[in-house]
Design a protein around this ligand. Structure first.
Ligand code: BGC
Length: 995
């Protein structure tokens, strides 16, 4: 039995689109005694399931029995379906057989009603992903897994092409998409493509996939294709065109077909099942090309790492365990071979180990000097991605920056920031994904997946509880175990499961009295032990305090210690620790082995960074989409937005909106290749400079209202700005709040005179729209007087255009707050942050007591304390209205599923983000939890039935005394609504669900 269940917020997360599954098994300790892999046989079965939809409950039993007997290494399933009462076919087969599942579907994430292609395997999955094929309809996806079988790595792809579409154009597009996907993901290992490639009468398997593959079928049944009698071999050929084979295996690399036969026949005319279900099986031999070498991509990463380790000297191993600063500093010149990035491990020329080029960060490539110029596209703040509530967009953003990194010869991206927002003033909130563990864990996980879809390692950081910047290098963050597990650690647990980051960066702060980078419980017991994390732990820059203690606790690599730490602990002091016996050689092998294995898994050896052109136009479009989807419309009185195209005059005021949009500061701040349109703002040095991206809202507004008189006032002269506003039909006033790494802002007030400016503008013109470019919630003393408020966070490289799209309704606003918006600081667990503010002279607190709120972060704190925020978590307006009805909660078979109807009751098309909450029984330590959501577009007067699969972890609470997750028995309530404060549909539920 599989222990996991696919789940929603996490369907998004666990199953979609990566596929359900536990993380890959931790690496076997790399042993020096690796021997040549034996010759290996691989059995792959492929089945088409579509036509079994009615008969599935009955059909499942004999199919599972046949497969159990055959024990294929891999099962490729095409045209999988599921519906409200029936579990997805692939899920139920996977569970029945105990196989891991990877599912690909173009269905919106989080819906249990899923249709697509799937791969099941009983072997460890090294990586998995899927892609859409043109045209973008139901089953046109390709799924991929790379598995480790008998010490070898093999890729399996399954797809189902669009045979119905006549004409070559669509097929050619699909073929191109499929081949590009294979080239991007195969890592040089042998590949098998299974499924239905019958894209038309003239395309025997699309000319055997563009001449790059061979066909098992043709190899084993020569001439059969031209013989009408070959129906005996292929049960599903089309009588009018026997050359078409509906199921194929194409392979390349070191794969030799041994056998191909029918395993499940098509039913006879009098058959029991109203189905033309069928399946084929192929057996192949995997022959090693380089049996002893780590260079052979068909050898599994663990075995490659073990062989390489066996060839390495101690010096060579130790060199992997410390990265240098990859740029020039005032203390050191840039190391030879580095690319002006944050971290650098030189290449090992003797053994051909590629250099590691570690570059910031999660919002785009920050590095200044990497090859191929400085092309970099800044994503919006991660808060915008979180506010989109859209895992697909998180993936797209990650994929874009991962590709750019790779194209610039960088192979580690210091991305995946998943610290929880506990305070709206925290300086790095903009890099993080808000206050809720499910939302943040899901979106950060998908962003990591995106980055790692290129041969680039992503980190997940800052592990853990670096939730405030003030005194981050010294403060001790204190919290009880259960609260920690249910809050900050839950974000990382989910993100790790979804994203499988290659590396985890431990944080600066102490956690309950021990430095995060030498915290054995955190790194060794929880991360590597319980969660099965198979990658390497790197330190944050300046977070290491010891050699032996840190190494034994689980730190695998010190980052830029020569610049940021007191000592390069992982050089001489680590050697001393080995010599004294404090650190055993096995641990050194484990440390180096984890780095090497991850490099193999991510393809760093086989697909070295390609310095090539970056498509800034296409990449900018990704940033623009996220900015638009993540903007939150907080207020919209009298339907002020969207602005009509007929508007005659617009006053644009403040925020440097004539030239650009603001970016957050610190190590994640992307240097825009187009230059910075605003310079000289303080601070000009670390954590500055304060940067703007040259994406002018003013120009974008003018472009969408070409006939309107659009004028700008900087806002420095408040009276002049108010005068301009008074003369216009509409005033759009921009307010900015710069936040940055290394400090927290002392208050929630907008800096400078901006409140006075907005108040004056609103007095002059009630039709005032406030656009906020802030790192999070701010106080809004002028709120009653303005017409609309749009929070766009830091909107990235195409922010100006995205803002204009929203103002004019080119894109409907669909963002929802990923945090609670407090009225003021008095509502927070810590009304003051000692020492907050850039350059504050006040000493920071030595201890931060997070037990004040514990796991009750954000909306949970407000609910527990009975406080009314200004806007609840999940709030966001659209330009239409929705009604939700007919809640049904299904428990029993598989994970809990929640169904309800969403009706667009307004006049415009719109996007709803209904949210599912769990209200815990009275007396529980947490009152309320987000347990799932779904984002969907609904046309006016249309109703959509929504299904949400619930991630089981969200029903559990951590019992610290028993040391495990439990579902405390009791009466719970499931509620559905538009925010944590508006949950109209409610159903009671007894948990644990009766089995
Ligand atoms: C930050 C990390 C960053 C590193 C390298 C540190 O100050 O906390 O997030 O990746 O620097 O620039």
């Amino acid at each position: 039995m599989l222990r996991w269940r696919c789940a929603l917020g996490l369907a998004v997360a666990v199953c979609h689109p990566t596929g359900c599954g536990r993380p890959a098994a931790p690496p076997a300790p790399a042993s020096a005694s690796a021997t040549a892999p034996p010759e290996l046989e691989l059995t792959v079965a492929t089945l088409n399931l579509y036509h079994d939809k009615e008969a599935w409950p009955e059909r499942r039993v004999p199919i599972a029995a046949a497969l159990r007997e055959l024990r294929p290494d891999v099962i490729a399933l095409e045209e999988v379906i599921g519906h409200e009462t029936l579990r997805n076919q692939a899920e139920s087969l996977a569970e029945e057989l105990g196989y891991q599942l990877t599912f690909s579907s173009t269905d919106p994430p989080g819906r249990p009603l899923r249709y697509g292609n799937a791969i099941l395997t009983r072997h460890p999955v090294l990586r998995s992903e899927w892609t859409r094929l043109a045209p973008l309809d139901d089953s046109r996806t390709a799924a991929h897994v790379r598995i480790a079988v008998g010490g070898r790595a093999v890729n399996v792809y399954v797809t189902h092409l669009h045979y119905k579409v006549e004409g070559g154009a669509v097929r050619a597009e699909q073929l191109r998409d499929l081949l590009a996907f294979i080239e991007e993901t195969d890592g040089g290992a042998p590949s098998i493509v299974a499924g239905d490639l019958n894209a038309g009468p003239d395309a025997p398997e699309l000319a055997i996939l563009d001449g790059r593959f061979a066909s098992s079928y043709d190899a084993l049944h020569p001439g059969a294709r031209d013989d009408p009698a070959h129906a005996t071999l292929n049960p599903h050929f089309f009588p009018d065109d026997h050359r078409r084979i509906d199921h194929v295996y194409l392979q390349r690399g070191r794969l030799e077909p041994l056998e191909s036969r029918i395993i499940l026949d098509r039913p006879t005319a009098a058959g029991r099942w109203p189905s033309d279900h069928f399946g084929l099986v192929t057996r192949l031999r995997v022959s090693p090309a380089d049996p002893m070498g780590w260079r052979d991509p068909s050898v599994a990463p663990d075995a490659r790492a073990a062989r390489l380790l066996a060839a390495m000297t101690l010096d060579e191993k130790l060199r992997l365990l410390r990265a240098d600063f990859g740029d020039a500093s005032d203390r050191h010149p840039m190391p030879p071979g580095a690319r002006r990035s944050a971290g650098f491990v030189p290449e090992n020329q003797r053994l051909g180990i590629p250099a590691l080029h570690e570059s910031d960060a999660g919002l785009g490539v920050v590095t200044r000097g990497a090859a191929a110029g400085r092309a970099a596209t800044a994503l919006p703040a991660m808060l915008a991605t979180a506010a989109s509530w859209d895992p697909d967009l998180a993936y797209a953003g990650g994929a874009m920056i991962g590709r750019q990194a790779w194209r610039r010869g960088l192979n580690v991206l210091l991305a995946g920031s998943g610290n929880l927002q506990r305070d709206p003033r925290a300086g790095r909130n903009f890099e993080y994904a808000g206050e809720d563990p499910l939302l943040a864990g899901t979106l950060v996980g998908h962003a990591i997946r995106g980055v790692q879809s290129s041969p680039v390692v992503s980190t997940m950081k800052h592990f853990a509880l670096n939730d405030l910047e003030t005194g981050r290098n010294s403060h001790d963050a204190r919290i009880g175990e259960a609260a920690l597990r249910e809050s900050d650690l839950l974000v990382f647990e989910l993100a790790n499961r979804i994203g499988r980051p290659g590396s985890v960066m431990c944080a600066y702060n102490e956690l309950n009295g021990a430095h995060a980078c030498e915290h054995a419980w955190l790194l060794r017991d929880v991360l590597k032990g319980e969660w099965g994390f198979a990658g390497w732990v790197m330190s944050d820059w300046g977070a290491v305090h010891s050699a032996g203690r840190a190494a034994l606790a689980g730190l695998d690599q010190q980052s830029a210690g020569e610049v940021f730490d007191r000592e390069v602990y992982f050089d001489r002091p680590l050697r001393d620790a080995i010599a004294s016996g404090q650190v055993p050689m096995a641990r050194i092998d484990d440390m180096a082995g984890r780095i090497l294995r991850t490099m193999f898994v991510q393809g760093l050896f086989d697909r070295p960074g390609e310095t090539g052109a970056v498509d800034l136009e296409a990449d900018g479009a990704v940033a623009r989409r996220i900015a638009a989807a993540g903007a939150v419309l907080l207020e919209n009185h009298g339907d002020l937005l969207p602005l009509g195209r007929g508007v005659r005059s617009i006053a644009v005021i403040g925020g440097h909106a004539d030239v650009g949009v603001l970016s957050g500061g610190g190590s994640s701040s992307v240097i825009d290749p187009r230059g910075d349109p605003v310079t000289g703002l303080s601070p000009t040095t670390w954590p500055g400079p304060v940067r703007f991206h040259p994406s002018s809202p003013l120009r974008a507004i003018q472009a969408l209202a070409p006939r309107a008189r659009v004028r700008f006032a900087s806002g420095e002269d408040i009276r002049a700005a108010a005068r301009l506003a008074g003369q216009a039909d509409v005033a759009v006033v921009f307010a900015t709040q710069w936040t940055a790494e290394s400090f927290d802002v002392p208050t929630m007030a907008l800096p400078g005179d901006q409140d006075a400016l907005i108040a004056a503008v609103a007095r002059a013109n009630r039709r005032t729209v406030v656009v906020l470019e802030t790192g999070g919630p701010v106080r809004m003393p002028w709120l009653e007087r303005v017409g609309a408020v749009l929070e766009v966070w830091y909107p990235g490289a195409r922010g100006g255009e995205a803002i204009a799209d929203l103002l004019f309704g080119v894109v409907p606003p669909s963002g929802r707050l990923p945090m609670t918006w407090p009225r003021d600081e008095a509502q927070l667990p810590r009304p003051q942050i000692a020492g907050a503010g850039l350059g504050s002279k006040e000493p920071p607190a030595a201890v931060i007591d997070y037990d004040v709120e514990g796991a009750n972060v954000g909306y949970k704190w407000f609910a527990a304390r009975g406080l009314e925020p200004l806007y609840p978590f999940g709030h966001g307006l659209g330009t239409t209205s929705f009604a939700r009805a007919n809640l049904k909660v299904v428990s029993g078979d598989g994970p809990l599923r929640v169904y309800f109807d969403v009706t667009n009751t307004g006049a415009r098309p719109g996007i709803d983000v209904p949210q599912v909450y769990l209200e815990l029984p009275p007396g529980s330590s947490t009152p309320l939890r987000l347990i799932g959501w779904h984002k969907l577009a609904v046309e006016p007067n249309k109703t959509e039935r929504v299904g949400v699969v619930i991630e089981p972890r969200l029903l559990e609470s951590y019992d610290a005394r028993a040391g495990r997750w439990v579902v405390p028995p009791g009466r719970y309530r499931i509620s559905v609504g538009g925010s944590a404060g508006e949950r109209g549909l409610v159903q009671e539920l007894q948990l644990p669900a009766p089995r």
